[in-house]
Design a protein around this ligand. Structure first.
Ligand code: PEP
Ligand code: MN
Length: 337
């Protein structure tokens, strides 16, 4: 359930409600909105009626949430959450574009990619240093060396950075070097990892699992938020279907659906969704038209030489022209890009 506080409730009144909930065995999660504070309370629903919360000073109403995900649900927070990644906001009026190579491969490759995507108008640089590859014989990433290169690229360009974490070790290292942590599709239901990123204090980019339903995806976000971290961006990256002519099937309907079910920002990754650079531009434009808060796009200075995901990586020239096209689509749906 959520306890909706009156817009004029004092800090003491909020604190008193939290104490009452905790005394009765609930965990309390205050969520600070622009107009009011709501307190998400997770615990035994049968105890709820005996708490007398409605009569406490500063409480406007108590709303039970029937959905299995609570804190990430729209019922818990009417306003859209804006996630801050360094100086970048995701979920506001500005379209946020995350771009860069699949993997950090070398200093030369990463710095070339970083300068190029920054000049084209991207806000956040991506690059995997710990790669969860299907084959143990494929390139596994540069590890800490890759993280150092991301930090150097950030210093040179002013871009914020995101990288994928796969376990406790990579997480402990990544928090020292990057602005945002990515949980990849293959780890969307790695519940211990979700709890760890929830305690990390860093914003999290949570990809939808390869075969995850929308509800499972939101439950994964709930794991992170229940650890006190509400800075979560959801990323639709295509799901497994019977169709093999694209790498995955982009579920664009998930964008407006999830935005109606949750207050969290939703972005789209047309690169992993299609696996084919010729399809990335059209799907990126469609995603913006569907209301996505941002995009994640793989770009490589020389895609034919890429150690990972070359066929879906845009060339620098393609990325520059896509950014131009996106500005027009964004303007048509009332967003800046
Ligand atoms: C990636 O972003 O490079 C990646 C591995 O993505 P996903 O987890 O969506 O497959
Ligand atoms: Mn990739």
């Amino acid at each position: 359930m959520v306890v909706v506080m009156d817009g004029r409730a004092s800090a003491e009144q909020v604190e008193a409600v939290i104490m009452r909930l905790e005394e009765c065995g609930f965990s309390a999660h205050p969520i600070y909105g622009v107009r009011r504070i709501v307190i998400g309370a997770v615990g035994d629903r049968r105890v709820l009626n005996s708490l007398g919360l409605e009569t406490m000073p500063g409480v406007e109403r108590v709303v039970p949430i029937m959905k299995p995900y609570k804190l990430v649900s729209r019922e818990a927070r009417e306003e859209n959450t804006v996630v801050r990644v360094g100086h970048v906001a995701i979920g506001g009026s500005q379209l946020a574009v995350i771009a860069g190579p699949c993997a950090v491969e070398s200093r030369e490759q990463l710095l070339a990619a970083a300068h190029m995507v920054q000049q084209a108008g991207a806000a956040i640089l991506r690059g995997g240093a710990f790669k969860p590859r299907t084959s143990p014989y494929s390139f596994q990433g540069l590890g800490e060396e890759g993280l150092k290169l991301l930090a150097e690229a950030a210093r040179q360009t002013g871009l914020a950075t995101v990288t994928e974490v796969v376990d406790e070790h990579s997480l402990e290292l990544a928090v020292e070097y990057v602005d945002m942590l990515q949980v990849g599709a293959r780890n969307m239901q790695n519940f211990r990892l979700l709890q760890m990123v929830g305690r990390s204090g860093k914003p999290v980019l949570l990809k939808r699992g390869l075969s995850a339903t929308v509800e499972e995806w939101l439950m994964a976000a709930e794991y992170i938020m229940s650890e006190g971290n509400g800075q979560i961006v959801l990323c639709e990256r295509g799901i497994r279907t019977f169709e093999h002519s694209t790498r995955n099937t982009l579920d664009l309907s998930a964008v407006p659906l999830v935005k109606s079910l949750s207050h969290l920002p939703v972005i789209v990754d047309p690169s992993h969704a299609t696996g084919d650079r010729r399809l990335v531009g059209p799907m990126a434009r469609a995603a913006v038209a569907a209301g996505a808060d941002g995009l994640l796009i793989e770009v490589h200075p020389e895609p034919t030489q890429a150690l990972c995901d070359g066929p879906q990586s845009l060339t620098p020239a393609q990325f520059v022209s896509l950014m131009e096209e996106l500005r027009a689509v964004a303007a048509a749906v009332g967003r800046a890009a």
